[in-house]
Unconditional design. Structure first.
Length: 193
């Protein structure tokens, strides 16, 4: 849902991602030791509850949950998403240090957590043709530690204050510091390189 939100900037996709994350934390997060269980606490037919930590052909639930929560924290500014993600990274720190090849997706989450992510904020009507062009430009540059968001909906407070100027514009921000806005797709690509 986060990827769908970043691809469309439709606030309802972000709202649904937030609902899913909140439910995931309530049902699967281990508040005492960090990490996410593969099954809910009330499952009666299980002999053992496990916390998967191996990223094979598919990433583990813990790896996906950690990166998703870190991205949601960056998009929404909510610390209650960042805290379980960081606790999960601490929970698997020994494994990451001693057997990193078993957890490549978790390493991606760790890398994402080490610095303030770059935020591409597209201010203005996300349905506008210019906004779509700017959105395509933002996604055309490989930058694994970025988030793309609009300035409407449940996004963090700072992003909501960034205005459109004679149509949609892009702000490239780190923390509360942004480069001057642009309406040029080529400039967006250069800013992200």
């Amino acid at each position: 849902m986060i990827d769908l939100y970043e691809a469309t900037l439709e606030p309802q996709h972000l709202d649904f991602a937030i609902e899913l994350a909140e439910a995931m934390i309530v049902k699967f997060y281990d508040t005492e030791n960090g990490g996410f269980w593969q099954s809910a606490a009330g499952a009666k037919d299980l002999i053992l509850r496990v916390k998967d930590d191996y990223d094979g052909a598919e990433p583990s639930g813990n790896s996906v949950a950690t990166l998703a929560l870190l991205k949601l924290a960056a998009i929404t500014g909510r610390e209650d998403f960042k805290q379980p993600a960081e606790a999960t990274l601490r929970r698997f720190a020994h494994r990451l240090q001693n057997f990193p090849q078993a957890m490549p997706f978790m390493l991606h989450a760790l890398d994402f957590s080490l610095e303030e992510p770059r935020r591409v904020v597209i201010a203005g009507d996300s349905h506008d043709a210019k906004a779509r062009e700017l959105l395509r430009a933002a996604h055309s540059v490989y930058q694994p530690n970025k988030v793309v968001l609009g300035n409407a909906g449940a996004v963090e407070k700072f992003a909501r204050t960034l205005p459109a100027r004679n149509g949609p514009v892009v702000y490239l921000c780190t923390g509360n510091s942004c480069q001057p806005p642009t309406q040029d797709a080529g400039t967006v690509k250069e800013m992200l390189k």
